[in-house]
Structure formats: structure tokens, C-alpha cells
Design a protein around this ligand. Structure first.
Ligand code: UDP
Length: 433
């Protein structure tokens, strides 16, 4: 192992513990020589890109050959996939035959562009619906294809799910963030919640000066309490509900409400929703709306750290990375009681789950009033993330899944007990690939 890789693993061991590093190494040892390709639809913006930026180098440090491909497409393709996204999270959308053709045709073209890489890979992990149809157009596939669904599929709008299901059934396995999102499919389904990287620019420790700088940069008042929601401008993130909650709470307690976010290359809706939010906040002196560039990681980090509490009032959410990011920074989170947020926030312990702007307002008031409660919940929140939602656990689960798929998905995976292996698997003999 190179010195750099060793150093990286050592850093993670210091935060996540050495046991998980040993588990990852033991699993990676079995997969040595395998070529893994991740495919998604944007390099910046949104949770999937955020995860891949950390996951790919970490898998490489474990000695695996890993690459990441981003599919391209014209604006009309991303218009269609955004409608798919809404439909799969439960909204009725009206799509014509032509829309489905735009989607499929772009997947065909991208399959042609990426064919050699995808055909030769031992594992292809396709993230979300945008590139899901690639599988249909890559023939003579050598490896295992796994569909990784990051969105809330618990109540899909069926005409769109049926269309997607036609190809999802060809994958060897699929992954969902929580059990409620799984669907009747003819292959093994795995539950793997997403994660955050404690060392990314978004999450690394910041000096008090770096945190303070954000007040200056955005013209905020450091002497006033602050509540923050960081999100793409997307109706499912309920920015208008957040403004409503802030207005209700501000009748009783004075604080700055900050809604900050940007777009993603695969999300064409951002500007329109941003304009709506700006309009709704107009004339409300303690409600601030900021549009951030997709690279504003340190600003997001500083805002989350400067906040007294963080809100993520989503109406649908596969898994809100922003929730986990804030919890890692020791903040209680008021989250919409939906999808993955229900497993991220432990209600009444690490924050509160809410269903309405009124509920959110009540919890904002409570938390801003009780500083000791904020501190206690924030402390628990950080430990909960340490134990469950760091990138190391995520990588370990992916490696275990890949191994499991190779072995025909047994109920138990056993590796040989080795010196460096704290999780003693046994009996597989030589590397599988
Ligand atoms: N994010 C960001 N800048 C923004 C808005 C969001 O860097 O302006 C990040 C955010 O910190 C998180 C990710 O993008 O890491 C969003 O992930 P999440 O799962 O919360 O929502 P998604 O956008 O994937 O629906």
C-alpha cells in the first residue's frame, strides 16, 4: 500500500475507529483486481456527487481500481429526468411518448460513448434513474450491474416506475437507503444508507475565524441566533414551508433564518424555485435567501457550524445529506418526517421530526429557548453520525455487497480470520476475481 493510502486510512481510523478500517481492508482484499465503475449524472451539486467525490478515492486507497463516469445530455434530457425524479417520489406528472424517447435515446447515446468501459468493468454501479437505461444498450456485459437508488421510492407514480422497472429487473442487485423504498424486484435488494466524509471541505473542522468569516461574507449578524436550511432550490425541500415556519417562530423569538443553496447540473428547475423563494422572503427583514455556487463547500460548512440549529423541512427525501452534515457538526436538526430523514434524526434525542410549518416553528422556539437542550442533542447527534453515517461504513457496506453478489447473495459473508481482520470471515480461499 502506498504511503499516501496508508496515511488516508489512518486519518479515517482516528475518527471512525480502527475496526471499520480492518473490515474494509479484509473485504477489499477479496475484491483486489476488480474494476469498479460508478455512473451518475452530475459531477457537482446534490448528494450523489458529494458522496462519490469521497468514496472513489477511499476505495482506491484500499487498492481497488475505481472510476467514476458522468453521463451527459441536452437540457431536454434533464427536464425529463427531473420529472422522473418527481414522479418516482410520488408526484403525478404528465409525460408523453416523446419524453420517454428523449430519455431512452440519450441513454443509448451515452451507452455508446461509455461502452468499452462499462462492458469490461467487473462491477458497474448505476446511481439513480438518469443513467438506468444504459444497461439496455451495453451488450456482452462482463460484470455485475447494480442499481443504486438514492430517492424515496416508497410511493412512486406508477407509469414512470413501470417504465424504469423494465430495465431495473436486468440488474443483478439494487440498493435503497431505507427498507421502505424497496420494490418487488426479482433480484437481491440491499439497504445501505448514505454517508458523509468527515474530511471533505464540507465537513472538516474550521477555525473560529473561518466560521466568523461567513457572517462577513453574507452580511449576517453574529450577535443574533441563526437557523439554517441548506438545500438545492427544489419544491421537495419545502423552502416556502421554512419561510412560513420562520415567520411564525419570529413572532416569539428573534433570530435570522437563512436559506442557502445552489443548483445541480442535472436539475433544471433551480432558478425558477429560487425566484419563488426570493419573492416569498421579500420584505421580511430576518429571512435571508442566498444562492451559492456548487463549489461553496466551505461556506456551507461555516453556515452549518455557525447555526444554532439546522432545519431540513423536506416533504420527500431519499436521505438528506445536509441533515447528517449538520449533526456531525453537533447541531440539533429539525427535519421533515419523511423518507430517510426519519432514520437520520432520532426524534426528541438528536432533534425533532415535524410535519408542518407550525410544528417546525414550535420546535424552533423550543430549541432557541433551551441552550442546554441544544447542546445535549447536538452532542448525541454527532455520536449518532459517528456510529452510523460516516463514509467508512458506507464503503464497507458496498464492498460487502459486491462480494455478496459474486457469491450468489448468501445470508452470511465469511472471510478468513486474518491478523488484520477484526471481523473474521472464513473459507473463501483465493480472491474471487
Ligand atoms: N449542497 C451544497 N450547496 C448547496 C446546496 C447543497 O454543497 O448550495 C450540498 C449539501 O451540503 C449536501 C448535498 O449538496 O452535501 C445535498 O445532498 P442532500 O442529500 O441533502 O440533497 P439532494 O440535493 O441530493 O436532494
Amino acid at each position: 500500500m502506498s504511503e499516501k493510502a496508508e496515511e488516508l486510512l489512518e486519518r479515517y481510523a482516528q475518527v471512525a475507529g480502527s475496526e471499520i478500517i480492518h473490515q474494509m481492508q479484509a473485504l477489499a482484499g477479496r475484491l483486489r483486481g476488480a474494476h469498479i465503475v460508478h455512473v451518475n449524472s452530475t459531477a457537482y451539486g446534490g448528494g450523489v456527487a458529494e458522496i462519490l467525490h469521497s468514496m472513489v478515492p477511499l476505495m482506491q486507497a484500499l487498492g481497488l481500481e475505481v472510476s467514476w463516469e458522468v453521463i451527459e445530455g441536452p437540457p431536454e434530457f434533464f427536464e425529463v429526468t427531473k420529472s422522473f425524479h418527481h414522479a418516482l417520489q410520488g408526484h403525478r406528472v404528465s409525460l408523453t411518448e416523446e419524453h420517454f424517447q428523449i430519455y431512452e435515446e440519450n441513454n443509448r447515446r451515452e451507452a455508446e460513448r461509455l461502452e468499452k468501459k462499462l462492458r469490461e468493468a467487473d462491477f458497474v454501479i448505476i446511481h439513480d434513474p438518469q443513467p438506468a437505461y444504459l444497461i439496455k444498450y451495453v451488450s456482452q456485459r462482463k460484470g455485475y450491474w447494480i442499481w443504486r437508488c438514492h430517492i424515496d421510492l416508497s410511493r412512486p407514480f406508477y407509469p414512470v416506475w413501470r417504465f424504469l422497472e423494465k430495465v431495473v429487473v436486468s440488474y443483478q442487485a439494487s440498493i435503497f437507503s431505507i427498507p421502505e423504498f424497496s420494490q418487488p424486484l426479482p433480484h437481491p435488494q440491499f439497504v445501505i444508507p448514505p454517508s458523509i466524509d468527515p474530511f471533505s471541505e464540507k465537513n472538516r473542522e474550521l477555525s473560529p475565524e473561518e466560521i466568523f468569516e461567513v457572517y462577513r461574507e453574507l452580511g449576517l449578524d453574529a450577535s443574533q441566533p441563526m437557523v439554517v436550511q441548506i438545500s438545492r432550490f427544489d419544491p421537495f425541500k419545502d423552502p416556502l414551508g421554512v419561510i412560513r415556519a420562520a415567520e411564525l417562530a419570529q413572532k416569539f423569538v428573534s433570530f435570522q433564518m437563512v436559506l442557502a443553496g445552489g443548483g445541480a447540473a442535472d436539475d433544471p428547475e433551480g432558478d425558477r424555485v429560487y425566484q419563488e423563494v426570493v419573492q416569498a422572503a421579500r420584505g421580511k427583514p430576518n429571512i435571508y435567501v442566498f444562492k451559492l455556487p456548487p463549489t461553496a463547500h466551505r461556506t456551507v460548512n461555516a453556515l452549518q457550524r455557525a447555526a444554532d440549529l439546522v432545519i431540513q423541512k423536506s416533504l420527500r427525501e431519499g436521505f438528506g445529506l445536509t441533515v447528517t452534515e449538520a449533526m456531525w457538526k453537533g447541531k440539533p436538526v429539525i427535519g421533515g418526517a419523511t423518507g430517510g430523514i426519519r432514520v437520520q434524526v432520532v426524534n426528541h434525542h438528536t432533534g425533532f421530526l415535524v410535519n408542518t410549518p407550525e410544528g417546525a416553528a414550535l420546535r424552533i422556539r423550543y430549541l432557541l429557548f433551551y441552550e442546554s437542550k441544544r447542546r445535549e442533542m447536538g452532542h448525541k447527534a454527532r455520536e449518532f453520525v459517528r456510529q452510523n453515517f460516516l463514509i467508512t461504513r458506507h464503503v464497507r457496506d458496498y464492498l460487502a455487497l459486491m462480494l455478496s453478489v459474486c457469491m450468489g447473495s448468501p445470508d452470511r459473508l465469511e472471510l478468513e480470520a486474518g491478523e488484520a481482520c477484526a471481523w473474521p470471515f472464513g473459507g473463501l480461499g483465493a480472491p474471487l476475481l
